[in-house]
Design a protein around this ligand. Structure first.
Ligand SMILES: C[S@@+](CC[C@H](N)C(=O)[O-])C[C@H]1O[C@@H](n2cnc3c(N)ncnc32)[C@H](O)[C@@H]1O
Length: 395
């Protein structure tokens, strides 16, 4: 998705069934706020809004991924934008599989299944036939969509795909997550009148509103006090994404883990001029800043703080394999060679492919804001995708 904000003038209204689902989720969250004494930390609100069983945005029936608002979708991701994304990512994945002598992939948060289908086909074409491609997603509803798409787009390989309800204790192979870290709940903190407070959610007059309360932990205070924040400064911390990274890196006994997402290293993330944080919502391809709009029917996301992610992975003893921009990673991995295979004389195929690659690479679109971070364990390899322009030293 392209998380640049623009305030919508008017938003398409959800249908009656969607509204009923949203209202049921509102009731559930209100009850949880009451049970918690009247105030919920924002990460718990975000967790419920995205992942409450059957009602949350990802666990309910929202269409989510697609190209246009009129197909009922809310945002588009790189694998949906161009098949060349999966075809290009397949090269570093194949290199990591070969270096580790493994033949298994786990993808987290597999969306429509398009990245899985593209990777399976491209790995097969590179002669890196997989034993298994496992998908882990908090969204059960997506599993049916993924199955149908895989049958259609990778019929000979779909039988290698399995869906995991729980993580294996140990895994040797390659882990992938595209735009998964940004979908993990964040805590919010506000700085005003010289003091930090944690921003949470209360309900008042039939609506959810923010309410700030004094910090409860010296650990939070010590972290936040490092930020040169003026008044009216809001930011996020990413405990869930860091815990997830630790879990994955601990699980990885040999191989590599790749995470692709939008975000910055810590010194940019907590810059004094980034005064309003990065929390962002997506509804029908409009980005806006109100997480209380139609709970359960819109995506809520925050940029990733990659220094924290790197520390979390390295803390487990994993190696930082590389960190760079999406543009650099895809170019190093040969996306322009893949595009060159399209005949420019065949404008109907070439132009859309070239436009999509331009979006993936352009600094003004996804090329610079999106980053790739990778961890490894037990392998000694420099991936071609990180060979030039690795920015690990900036973390
Ligand atoms: C923004 S979507 C990205 C989907 C897809 N990777 C793509 O690029 O189109 C985020 C996905 O991450 C999933 N997710 C979030 N936390 C997760 C976790 N802890 N384990 C597995 N999936 C998770 C969500 O359910 C959702 O499907």
């Amino acid at each position: 998705m392209n998380p640049k904000a623009h305030q919508p003038d008017s938003l398409p209204a959800p249908d009656a069934a969607a509204l009923a689902q949203s209202n049921a989720l509102v009731e559930l969250i209100r009850a949880e706020i009451d049970a918690a004494g009247g105030w919920l930390p924002f990460d718990r609100y975000m967790d419920r809004a995205l992942y409450a069983p059957r009602l949350g945005y990802y666990s309910g029936g929202a269409i989510k991924f697609g190209r246009r608002a009129d197909d009922g979708s809310d945002f588009i991701t790189a694998p949906e934008l161009s098949p060349l994304f999966a075809a290009t990512l397949a090269r570093p994945v194949a290199q990591a599989l070969e270096a580790s002598g493994t033949r298994d992939v786990i993808e987290f948060g597999a969306g429509t299944g398009r990245l899985a289908a593209g990777l399976l086909n491209a790995l097969d074409a590179h002669g890196a036939l997989l034993d298994s491609y496992s998908i882990v997603d908090l969204s059960g509803e997506l599993r049916e969509r993924q199955q149908a798409l895989l049958e259609q787009q990778a019929p000979a390989l779909a039988a290698r795909v399995r869906w995991l309800d729980a993580l294996p204790a140990e895994f040797a192979g390659v882990v992938i997550g595209n735009e998964v870290l940004d979908a993990m709940p964040v805590r919010l903190f506000a700085h005003a009148n010289g003091a930090w407070r944690e921003r949470g959610v209360v309900h008042r007059d039939d609506a959810f509103v923010f309410e700030d309360r004094a910090l409860q932990s010296t650990h939070d205070a010590a972290f936040l006090d490092e930020i040169e924040a003026g008044d009216d400064y809001v930011t996020e911390t990413h405990e869930a994404a860091c815990a997830f990274t630790r879990t994955i890196c601990r699980m990885l006994t040999r191989g590599a883990a790749f995470f692709i997402d939008y975000g910055f290293p810590r010194h940019e993330y907590y810059h004094g001029q980034r005064t309003q944080g990065t929390l962002m919502c997506h509804y029908r391809h409009r980005a806006h800043g109100d997480p209380f709009l139609y709970p359960g029917l819109q995506d809520i996301t925050a940029h990733v703080e990659f220094t924290g992610i790197a520390e979390a992975g390295v803390d487990t003893g994993a190696d930082l394999l590389g960190y760079t921009s999406q543009a650099r990673f895809l170019m190093n991995a040969g996306i322009t060679d893949a595009l060159a295979e399209f005949d420019p004389a065949d404008a109907a195929r070439f132009l859309p492919a070239a436009n999509a690659v331009q979006k993936l690479l352009s600094e003004a679109e996804m090329g610079e804001l999106f980053k790739v971070i990778a961890f490894s364990r037990g392998i000694d390899v420099t991936l071609d995708a990180f060979a030039r322009g690795d920015r690990s030293h900036t973390l």
